[in-house]
Design a protein around this ligand. Structure first.
Ligand code: 26V
Length: 745
């Protein structure tokens, strides 16, 4: 028995509240973790990311330590149900996919025994807590530390000074052990010093973009990038003296999107200012050290910084950036590129620095996050760069950790897999595709598992939202950040049409179904908030209709987060992944659903394409325009002509303005209506092709509903998805990064 279990069995639990117990047990477990933290290797990989969306650590860490079951038993003997700790909320230090991916990657690297170290910010407040009030999203601060933070260690002695023009902030590291075959660390810096300094790590920006509080955002980006680079440079100097040409031999750095790209300038600044390295040499070193992952093709999300803004708080960095621009221009002059091509590559134009272009120029490897996305980067967004440096471009299709997203959240399905193919699939990198051969034998068992996970999900929804869903309902779910390109709006219109079809008797034999939504909108994203209200009004209409609510229900859960996701992906039958083709870089929710045996109802976008390649088109439901089709039709697309032709669409869309549904007098529904029919100053009508794909979407949802009636056939499709999901394990993704970008073992 490990020390932990021994101490746990002696722990006094009587009269202690949940928070106290949580902290005491976590601290005991933490002692084990700290003992196991590995020393750094000679060559290490570093993952710089503004966001790490870890979710709840308690159960995950006990599982990783191999003591979860024993802990459950010991606590039960003391009369404590281990589930009480679900009351403790999780740390939401990320907005969505990008931050959760970073957490999955840390988990996989530890499981594989690879030296990968994460660097980010220890935000005082994570992503806002969302409540739905009268159908509207309301935001409240997420003070996650109010329960304590037993899973990190403050390393005050390793604090570093980060200098801005107006003040100096202290970056104090908090190390979060990441447990696996190897115990790595995620290092999150907290900003301390004067009151202004403390603001740097106060809030995670709830927009994925850069529109809000630009100056503070810039400070945040420089703050953690500079702290990480400072540490690596000092360590190198200590171990190898002033021989920085060997820096890339020992350090490889992954830039998670453009947020940490100032790390490049900081490395050049330190090497030139403190170690007498020339600018060209420093750039050579940077080029061999850095790698860049792009996570979106949406132009409005690609970060640019005005020189004036950079100069205001980081004058030295502004100077370095301009020196880099001159060097880049000189370098380009020596090539045979046309002036237009050169202009397209230079990372400075009209007083603005492009972080993506700087990253492309100064990285060894550039990657997209799904096959289609990487092709789009090569063909359109970064076409010039690809023509010049084709060798830099790689694809790394995203993945999710099967430990959190299958073993931990779905022990019932995991046990089914164990029974069918043994337990070796649980090991890192191991594959569970042997399950494919057993699918027919396991139909009934799988149906029972799904029923149980649905029951657990509905019980949780009842507790959290106060709505009761009958147990036999089929579950369609769309859970993800709220963005127009993800088209929750299209799902809402499809539901309205299905409601109409049921009510008019045009559709009969409809299998009772729940449409489940979970999504946070950036607080300033007015239209996205209008869509949330629209969904909630539809829910009110349908759930309150006694004639239809035995067949159709709609629920929008509040405060969708990692812990909610763990339950939703396990209890869902149909995963809705319906972005406009070409716009969802990858998606990772789609993979979690697949792993838990939901069929995908989706467009040929992001990783959906690879999901159906692996699990078969016949086991999933693909509809809608492809990237090529959208490109072909977009110039001539006329949503109003479509509305005139399709009375069902017209009726659904007009519910926004004909009094069927109320926006509480805010005008947000008329704004949504106009977005589809008239466009706005910044876009054409229906720029996400909602109406273009709506008919095929409704038909596909209905086809799924019909086919799900053939319970065993449908269960086979679902289970085939589980059996085909090994490719989407982040263990596979991380091995690929390790072998082909980082060169670590
Ligand atoms: C930001 C913005 C801001 C302006 C409005 C449009 C827009 C669209 C997307 C974003 C997100 C930027 C970065 C991001 O989170 N990307 C997500 O990364 C995931 C992990 O690779 C990937 O699975 C998602 O498809 C991708 O959206």
């Amino acid at each position: 028995m490990s020390d932990f279990l021994q101490e746990l069995s002696h722990l006094e639990t009587k009269d202690k509240d949940v928070v106290t117990l949580y902290n005491e047990i976590s601290e005991l477990a933490m002692r084990e973790c700290v003992k196991r933290i590995a020393a750094k290797e000679q060559r290490n990989a570093y993952y710089l990311s503004m966001e790490f969306l870890i979710g709840r650590s308690f159960y995950n860490n006990l599982m990783e330590l191999g003591v979860l079951e024993e802990t459950k038993r010991i606590l039960a003997e003391k009369g404590v149900d281990i589930n009480v700790f679900e009351e403790i909320e999780d740390a939401a230090l990320g907005n969505g996919g990008l931050g959760r991916l970073a957490a999955c990657f840390m988990d996989s690297a530890a499981a594989l025994g690879l030296p990968l170290y994460g660097y980010g910010i220890r935000f005082r407040y994570g992503l806002f807590r969302q409540r739905i009030e009268d159908g509207f999203q309301k935001e409240y601060p997420d003070n996650w530390q109010r329960f304590g933070d037993p899973w990190s260690i403050r390393r005050e002695e390793e604090a570093r000074e980060i200098k801005f023009a107006d003040y100096t902030a202290l970056a104090v590291p908090y190390d979060v052990p990441i447990i696996g075959k190897r115990v790595n660390c995620l290092r999150l810096y907290q900003a301390e010093g004067c009151a202004e300094a403390e603001k740097i790590s106060e809030y995670l920006y709830p927009a994925d973009d850069t529109e809000e509080g630009k100056l503070l955002r810039l400070r945040q980006e420089y703050f953690f990038s500079a702290a990480a680079i400072g540490e690596l440079v000092d360590r190198h100097a200590k171990l190898y003296g002033n021989h920085f040409e060997s820096f890339p031999k020992y350090n490889t750095i992954q830039l998670n999107d453009t947020h940490p790209v100032l790390a490049i300038a900081e490395l050049v600044r330190l090497l030139t200012a403190n170690y007498r390295v020339s600018v060209p040499k420093a750039v050579e070193i940077a080029k061999q050290t850095f790698n860049y992952t792009n996570h979106t093709v949406l132009p409005e999300a690609l970060e640019c910084w005005r020189e004036e803004l950079v100069r205001k708080i980081l004058p030295d960095i502004a100077d370095i950036l301009l020196k880099l621009v001159s060097l880049q221009k000189r370098e380009l002059k020596r090539t045979a590129l046309s002036p237009a091509q050169c202009a397209d590559l230079v990372f400075y134009d009209k007083g603005v620095f492009s972080m993506a272009k700087l990253a492309i120029w100064c990285s060894s490897a550039i990657n997209g996050v799904a096959a289609l996305h990487t092709e789009i980067l090569k063909k359109t967004l970064f076409a010039t760069a690809y023509s010049v440096y084709p060798e830099k471009f790689q694809n790394k299709t995203n993945g999710v950790t099967k430990r959190r997203w299958l073993m931990l959240n779905n022990p019932e399905l995991s046990a089914l897999i164990d029974g069918a193919i043994g337990t070796t699939w649980r090991e890192a990198r191991a594959d569970h595709s042997a399950l494919k051969g057993k699918v027919t034998l396991l139909e009934d068992d799988f149906i029972a598992v799904k029923r149980e996970k649905r029951r657990q999900l509905f019980a949780y929804i009842e507790e959290r939202e106060g709505v009761k869903i009958p147990e036999h309902f089929l579950v369609y779910a769309q859970v993800k950040r709220l963005h127009e390109y993800k088209r929750q709006f299209m799902t809402a219109l499809a539901i309205l049409e299905i409601y109409d079809l049921i009510k008019s008797g045009a559709v009969t034999d409809f299998r009772p179904s729940l449409f489940l939504f979970g999504a946070k909108s950036a607080p300033s994203y007015v239209r996205a908030k209008g869509i949330i209200k629209f969904i909630n009004e539809i829910a009110k209409l349908i759930n309150g209709d006694e004639q239809v609510n035995k067949l159709l229900r709609v629920v929008f859960v509040q405060n969708y987060d990692v812990s909610y996701a763990e339950k939703i992906v396990a209890g869902t039958d149909v995963s809705l992944q319906v972005s406009t083709a070409g716009l969802e870089a990858s998606g990772t929710g789609n993979m979690k659903f697949m792993m838990n045996g939901a069929v995908t109802c989706g467009t040929l976008d992001g990783a959906n394409i690879e999901i159906v390649e692996h699990a078969g088109k016949e086991n999933n439901y693909i509809f809608g325009a492809t990237v090529d089709e959208i490109a072909r039709i977009s110039d001539s697309y006329d949503p109003n002509a479509l509305l005139a032709e399709k009375p069902l669409h017209k009726k659904a869309v007009e519910s926004l303005i004909d009094g069927t549904l109320s926006d509480g007098g805010t005008g947000c529904f008329a704004e949504l209506y106009n977005a589809l029919t008239q466009g706005a100053s910044w876009h054409e009508p229906d720029n996400y092709f909602v109406l273009y794909d709506l008919e095929s979407y409704v038909n596909t949802l209905l086809a799924i509903n019909r086919e799900s009636g053939e319970q065993k056939t449908f269960a086979r499709k679902q289970l085939y998805n589980v059996a085909s999901s090994s490719f989407f394990s982040s263990d596979r993704t991380i091995m690929d990064y390790a072998e082909n970008i980082w060169h670590i073992s």
